[in-house]
Design a protein around this ligand. Structure first.
Ligand SMILES: Nc1nc2c(ncn2[C@@H]2O[C@H](COP(=O)(O)OP(=O)(O)O)[C@@H](O)[C@H]2O)c(=O)[nH]1
Ligand SMILES: [Mg+2]
Length: 236
């Protein structure tokens, strides 16, 4: 699904050029593992940014691991993650959830794809079956991918994954409008503007701690975002 129209000159980025960012909302059960994994995989070189709305020990644990913690009243996934992706000044920005579901050991491959010329690299959880994902979420995500692909006229296999790498210039250039649907928006706008967007299969683990997203109201919000963003991008 890549197009070369906006292709950027290749550069060899290393972990010194990488920021890993996340929204964190009462993730004390998981954040230590996530940040340790990032540290060991990137040799402590990645810059880590947590936009935090917690009332538990999450921000203390994050600071102990050397992360930059930005405090923000909890206002939803997208409000936190938008702030998180716009904060670092490193040229490659990776998003993740802070719930120990995403494979931080795959960070080198995400960076390799960027170095190969990708503008956005998206971790496709559904490729391997996502058996640890709640069945409702899995069905919803399959439907989002099908409907989203039809609306965009371009195939995407997992629209709402939390693990992606972006060239910073792209997240800076585009105006982001969605909250719960931000993850879909972060894939759709670059894809529909002809950037080199690639999906790579990833493993997806069982969540530690409680989900912050209600599957019904959250799912409806995401569906609304997918339709709105697709229409906006087609009319652009
Ligand atoms: N700061 C902040 N983080 C949030 C908020 N809502 C969700 N998050 C974080 O965003 C990530 C995704 O949420 P999660 O509950 O894992 O959603 P799920 O993967 O769809 O179950 C997690 O790291 C949450 O802690 C919020 O309102 N504020
Ligand atoms: Mg999650």
């Amino acid at each position: 699904m890549s197009q070369q129209r906006h292709r950027t000159a290749p550069a060899e980025y290393t972990f010194d050029d990488l920021a890993v960012v996340m929204g964190t909302y009462n993730e004390a059960d998981a954040i230590g593992t996530v940040l340790s994994d990032i540290e060991s995989v990137t040799d402590g070189k990645a810059d880590v940014v947590c936009v935090d709305g917690s009332s538990d020990r999450t921000p203390e644990i994050a600071r102990d691991h050397g992360a930059t913690v930005i405090e923000q009243e909890p206002q939803g996934y997208g409000v936190a993650v938008r702030e998180a992706v716009l904060t670092p000044d490193r040229p490659v920005v990776v998003t993740t959830d802070c719930d120990d579901t995403y494979p931080m050991e795959r960070l080198p491959e995400f960076l390799d794809e960027i170095n190969d010329g990708a503008d956005v690299v998206s971790g496709d959880r559904l490729y391997h079956g996502a058996e640890e994902m709640p069945a409702m979420n899995r069905l919803g995500n399959e439907l989002f991918a099908l409907a989203g692909s039809v609306l965009m006229g371009k195939r995407a296999h997992d629209m709402t994954t939390g693990m992606r790498a972006y060239r910073r210039e792209i997240v800076q250039k585009i105006r982001w409008t969605e909250n719960t649907g931000l993850s879909a928006e972060l894939l759709m706008r670059p894809l529909m503007r002809g950037y080199d967007v690639r999906e790579i299969p990833i493993e997806y683990d069982e969540r530690k701690g409680e989900t912050k997203l209600d599957p019904f109201s959250g799912g409806a919000e995401i569906a609304g975002s997918i339709v709105r963003v697709a229409v906006e991008e087609r009319l652009r």
